[in-house]
Write a protein that binds this ligand. Structure first.
Ligand code: SF4
Ligand code: SF4
Length: 381
């Protein structure tokens, strides 16, 4: 069996020239851009644009990484567009807020419309055999994914595999959370989605990662690396090694290997470029525990609700914007105003909460964090 190649190249700062050189070098170590993109092909670039946020917050793929990837593909003769389906706001607005729109304007990269979906059948899916995927993605010749390395409440970490969730248009993403309450089912769906889209290449921005209350409310943490691979599972596994996280804890790894998307076993991965030992952050703030399965049945659900980590609102930080309520996928809502009073912070109902952590992911103030319960601490120990 051929090993999966993951290129790892040092890049200390977000400087246009340095990032371009690092991405170019990493691509060369994997195979060179001409192996992935032919002149005249329509390529969609998919950065992580979770939400409109300044680049230094490390929520989205940095503009310098976006610039380098687009520039290299344009130099290879591709017709390049870029897009994502952010949690809220239009792609154009979020790209502007994240600092990507001026880069796109300058390079002549058009904004791809991710709001319209087309039906895609994926008969071989492990769990999901039918998706609605942004038409701009399926009508292009290929997709190049630009994930950002971040801690993640639901998946432990977000990287190459998770980045394609933004190819599902708008609020349809929410339905997957409510339908697939078990994190391992959710991870399997992400794998199926990647198999349906088949991105050509993954270029990870790990110059600055996000640790802690990610993927939106965490803290920037320097890693100083660009990673490139055609195998998103192997790329994420290498990223896990860097942040000292067991890949077995990430719910996209085992299904990713089972589906043939890639491998997370070190013996099947060859890291080329710089030495991984120089990048390892042993104390990277991420949850180092197996991801819990959701339980089914009333009694088990009752117990589960008392041991699964909970989203908790810091009332001092809450601005009562209501975004957490809007994005909670369960009905009736598992986080809501107390008796309709919008002058006070919302409150969670943990018996209804499926622990999808959308509220934590999307709170603009980082006011929601995931906390272990007392019983959960005892149980998991
Ligand atoms: S999203 Fe955050 S700030 Fe807004 S109401 Fe919910 S907890 Fe408060
Ligand atoms: S309250 Fe938060 S974690 Fe619970 S179901 Fe709603 S969005 Fe998901």
């Amino acid at each position: 069996m051929n090993k999966s190649l993951v290129a790892l190249v040092a890049c200390d700062i977000y400087d246009d020239t340095l990032v371009y050189e690092a991405v170019k070098k990493a691509l060369g170590l994997v195979a060179g851009i001409e192996s992935f993109v032919k002149p005249g092909e329509k390529i969609v670039v998919k950065p992580n644009l979770l939400i409109g946020s300044a680049p230094e917050k490390c929520v989205s793929t940095h503009p310098t990484v976006f610039r380098a990837a687009c520039k290299i593909m344009l130099e290879a003769g591709a017709i390049v567009s870029a897009g994502d389906s952010p949690a809220f706001g239009s792609t154009a607005l979020v790209m502007r807020m994240c600092g990507l729109a001026p880069v796109a304007d300058e390079l002549g990269v058009t904004i791809a419309d991710f709001s319209k979906g087309i039906e895609v059948s994926h008969k071989d899916g492990l769990l999901v055999k039918h998706f609605t995927i942004a038409a701009a993605v399926m009508e292009a010749d290929g997709l190049v994914s630009l994930p950002k390395l971040k801690a993640h409440g639901l998946c432990r970490m977000t990287g190459a595999v998770k980045n394609q969730f933004g190819c599902v248009p708008g609020m349809q993403k929410t339905q997957y959370h409510s339908r697939l309450a078990d994190p391992w089912d959710f991870g399997t769906m992400l794998v199926d989605l990647n198999m349906a889209i088949k991105p050509r290449l993954y270029i990870m921005d790990a110059v600055m990662a996000m640790e802690g209350n990610g993927p939106r409310g965490g803290k920037p943490r320097k890693i100083g690396a660009i990673l490139v691979s055609t195998d998103p599972v192997a790329l994420d596994a290498v990223a896990c090694k860097i942040i000292n996280l067991d890949p077995e804890f990430v719910p996209t790894m085992a299904p990713g290997e089972k589906a043939g998307l890639g491998t997370y076993h070190v013996e099947n991965i060859e890291i080329v470029g710089d030495k991984i030992e120089d990048f390892i952050c042993k104390d990277f703030d991420v949850v180092r525990k197996p991801k819990e399965h959701a339980t089914r049945g009333r009694v088990r659900a009752y117990i589960n609700n008392r041991i699964s980590p909970r989203p908790v609102i810091d009332e001092m930080l809450c601005t009562k914007c209501g975004i957490c309520i809007e994005h909670c996928p369960v009905m009736p809502k598992a986080v809501d105003w107390i008796e309709g009073d919008k002058t006070k912070p919302p409150r969670h109902n943990y018996n209804r909460c499926i622990r999808c952590y959308c509220c934590q992911e999307l709170c603009p103030e980082g006011a929601i964090s995931i906390k272990e319960t007392l019983l959960g601490k005892v149980f998991f120990r």
